[in-house]
Design a protein around this ligand. Structure first.
Ligand code: AR6
Length: 182
């Protein structure tokens, strides 16, 4: 088992909508309009109440900026909250700015989870599907940002739920670089 300080860090291959955690993170778009990939799966499994809350946030605040995140309830999911993070679309900004925006999603998600009293959180691999961010570049950013942000917003468990065996292998390799250095 890998720990970042007092936090258990778990990698697994699976479907994030099946996770039993306090907060499930969605890979959303800035309009919070739903879509395919993990976003579609979360809205399908969680039911219409999540989109109703997204509609309200869009009406009140115009959605969510890239690099940030917003929180809704989790509908029928086995979680208390869904945190909708908006990752960068690869190629729209410089690689360095894209790195910064991706890190912002992970850091903001942990802060929001902490503010809502969550002790466990599950992340998908944000931006590495339709948004095209190379996963070999994204995985170390996700892990490093989480490790750093946990200093301020402690969790009992952070779970990374990877959809494919290949994606899991990339995260395992990135995590092994952190193992033992917590
Ligand atoms: N559980 C865990 N991971 C999943 C699941 C699932 N059920 N389904 C897909 N993935 P993507 P993005 C993985 O495209 O790149 C949407 O249309 C997937 O294999 O979902 O941030 C939104 O509305 C990939 O590794 O998110 C946005 O418009 C990872 O989740 C846009 O896509 C992220 O892929 C966001 O693009």
């Amino acid at each position: 088992m890998v720990t970042f300080g007092a936090t258990k860090v778990t990698l697994l291959q699976g479907d994030i909508t099946k996770q039993s955690v306090d907060a499930i993170v969605n890979a959303a778009n800035s309009a919070l309009a739903g879509g395919g990939g993990v976003d579609g799966a979360i809205h399908r499994a969680g039911g219409p109440s999540i989109m109703r809350e997204c509609d309200r946030i869009r009406a009140e605040r115009g959605g969510c900026a890239t690099g940030s995140a917003v929180t809704t309830g989790a509908g029928e999911l086995d979680a208390k909250h869904v945190i909708h993070g908006v990752g960068p679309i690869w190629g729209q900004a410089s690689p360095e700015e894209s790195d910064r925006l991706l890190a912002g999603v992970y850091a903001t998600s942990l802060r929001l989870a902490h503010e809502h009293g969550c002790k466990s959180i599950a992340f998908p691999s944000i931006s590495t599907g339709v948004y095209g961010f190379p996963i070999e570049r994204a995985a170390p950013i996700a892990l490093a940002t989480v490790r750093q942000t946990l200093d301020d917003f402690l969790m009992d468990e952070v779970r990374f739920v990877l959809f494919s065996a290949g994606d899991l292998a990339v995260y395992e390799s990135a995590l092994s670089a952190f193992a033992g250095s917590s």
